[in-house]
Design a binder for this molecule. Structure first.
Ligand SMILES: Nc1nc2c(ncn2[C@@H]2O[C@H](COP(=O)(O)OP(=O)(O)OP(=O)(O)O)[C@@H](O)[C@H]2O)c(=O)[nH]1
Ligand SMILES: [Mg+2]
Length: 297
């Protein structure tokens, strides 16, 4: 008999939820950046262990925050819906910063969203903590309302992940696999490529630019010689943001393009010709129809 279930990841922005999903799945399915609010959509990462007969579906979610516009409001609603539908909630806290008011708020809302759902708290970024710093962080995490168990981990180094996986496997229900075991995520290939390009923008820009940018992949065409042509647009909200993205003499867009091309080549396993344009789309974050089409819901 196999077991299969949904594990919803909750936590403040930037605590390492997407890094943890990638580490548990064993491939780069969710983008990661130094900027808060990197994740915009609920992405399902699939981790199947055929030997153990278990499939964890890890639901990577946007960081919990106070909504600022239509886009962040949608993200927040999605988080609540997904967590209420999970078999297990994984509350991720940043051990380096310690447990704070934001974490207490999220723990309370998890309990309210699904009083019967087990809540596992992971204290992440253990690689940044000395031996005497971890113990109080774990004690604070254990005292969070509704938290049933606590695990110290480092999503970056992989420390502490095997016992966590083991425990999650015990908590999910028996049942058939929900995704083919060879799948690693539920994203379309176009969306994954667009996200990989956005990841390069996030890690190479600052201030309001990361939040204002969206990427759309328009076309992916494999050529006979094995090269893949990818046509994509980077959207900015204003002309001045567009100028910053282009940079002096095209330096910034060149840097983004080179990084993105390498990342797409790793993903596709072939050489890529990346045709990247920057386009101004005013207020795209407030356009409900557009957000629907982008899958930010
Ligand atoms: N040192 C250290 N850094 C980590 C660890 N896990 C994640 N990070 C870093 O923390 C930053 C945020 O990681 P993400 O995985 O994007 O965080 P997130 O919680 O998904 O963020 P949002 O999508 O914005 O909510 C990145 O710079 C990661 O490299 C860890 O275990 N140790
Ligand atoms: Mg994320």
């Amino acid at each position: 008999m196999t077991s299969s279930g949904f594990v919803g990841l909750a936590g403040r922005p930037n605590v390492g939820k997407s890094t943890l999903v990638n580490a548990l799945v064993g491939s780069h399915v969710a983008i990661v950046s130094v900027r808060p609010q990197t994740t915009r959509r609920a992405i399902r990462g699939v981790a199947t262990d055929l030997e153990a007969g278990r499939q964890l579906v890890l639901v990577d979610l946007p960081g919990v925050q106070r909504p600022r516009d239509e886009m962040t409001e949608r993200m927040q609603h999605r988080v609540e819906r997904e967590l209420a539908d999970s078999d297990v909630a994984l509350l991720v806290v940043n051990g380096e910063e310690g447990v704070g008011a934001g974490d207490r708020f999220i723990a309370r809302s998890l309990l309210a969203a699904g009083p019967q759902i087990p809540i596992i708290c992971v204290v992440n970024k253990a690689d940044r903590l000395g031996p005497n710093e971890m113990v109080p962080a774990l004690a604070d995490a254990a005292n969070l309302q509704g938290v049933d168990e606590v695990f110290p981990i480092s999503a970056r180094s992989g420390e502490g992940l095997p016992p966590l996986l083991e425990r999650l496997g015990e908590l999910i229900p028996e049942g058939p696999y929900m995704y083919p075991p060879e799948d690693s995520s539920d994203q379309s290939s176009e969306l994954l490529l667009a996200e990989l390009i956005r990841e390069q923008v996030l890690n190479r820009t600052r201030q309001e630019i990361p939040h204002s940018v969206e990427v759309s992949v328009l076309d992916v065409t494999p050529r006979e010689d094995g090269l893949v042509t990818v046509k994509a647009e980077i959207w900015a909200e204003t002309e001045s943001q567009k100028g910053i993205l282009i940079g002096k003499g095209g330096a910034k867009i060149g840097e983004i393009g080179t990084g993105a091309r390498r990342s797409l080549e790793r993903e596709l396993g072939s050489q890529v010709h990346l045709d990247l344009k920057i386009r101004v789309r005013r207020h795209w974050r407030r356009d409900e129809d557009l957000l629907d089409r982008l899958g930010i819901e």
